[in-house]
Design a protein around this ligand. Structure first.
Ligand SMILES: [Zn+2]
Length: 225
């Protein structure tokens, strides 16, 4: 949830829901309830009106104390929310996308490595969109042998023969980690023991991949984690 004051005592709220982004107006006083802080998980009842829906009843489901007290994690939570808005815009029912967002925020709050989690979430969001990088075989010729190059524009890994302009080297350890991120669930991710350089290098490739699709996310990703 994100909020913004309107005239009088009203506030404009952006709710992140299983039915996509829902903008609504709240008359519920934030100070009185304490329930409508940004990044709070609520169960909300909305009354449909002539213009924006009105928030009628609110029940608290959970807060994100770990995120609110750590600037770095808060930054990444903000990024994940914006990634979700870019990737799944409008009011469209998408339970998988909502579940991914909730799982990611829960894990970030619980202290899972932000670098791993953000990369994981990005690749999972791309998978839901059907535009995850091809990491198993050369995107041009289909070869599964020796794939030392990676190109965002081409759509994934490339063999030596198909390497084109703009491709960057992708060592095997990097490709393994990216493949692992693409295929693993959070339990396996939490138990992983990747090398720091591999994580950082993969982060760059995956951020490039995301920015190619959603250039507006640049402000979150400039400079990396
Ligand atoms: Zn090839």
């Amino acid at each position: 949830m994100r909020r913004q004051p309107l005239r009088d005592t009203q506030e404009l709220l952006v709710l992140f829901t299983p039915r996509g982004r829902v903008d609504c107006v709240s008359r519920v006083s934030v100070k009185r309830t304490g329930l409508l802080e940004p990044l709070t998980c609520i169960r909300a009842h909305l009354r449909l009106g002539r213009s924006l829906p009105q928030l009628d009843e609110v029940a608290l489901e959970r807060t994100y104390g770990g995120l609110m007290t750590d600037y770095d994690r808060l930054h990444w939570a903000g990024y994940l929310l914006n990634l979700w808005l870019e990737a799944f815009p409008g009011e469209i029912e998408n339970n998988d996308a909502y579940r991914l967002l909730r799982l990611s925020l829960d894990s970030l709050d619980a202290g899972l490595q932000a670098e791993w989690l953000v990369s994981w979430c990005e690749l999972q969001a791309m998978r839901l969109l059907g535009s995850a990088p091809q990491l198993k075989r050369c995107v041009r010729c289909g070869s599964e042998r020796s794939l030392p190059w990676f190109s965002v524009a081409a759509g994934g890994v490339l063999c030596e023969d198909c390497r084109g302009p703009g491709a960057s080297p992708l060592p095997e350890a990097l490709r393994d980690w990216m493949t692992f991120l693409q295929r693993s669930n959070l339990l396996r991710l939490a138990a992983a023991e990747p090398e720091a350089e591999v994580v950082a290098a993969a982060r760059e490739r995956i951020a490039d991949w995301v920015l190619y699709a959603f250039p507006r996310l640049q402000r979150f990703l400039k400079g990396g984690v």
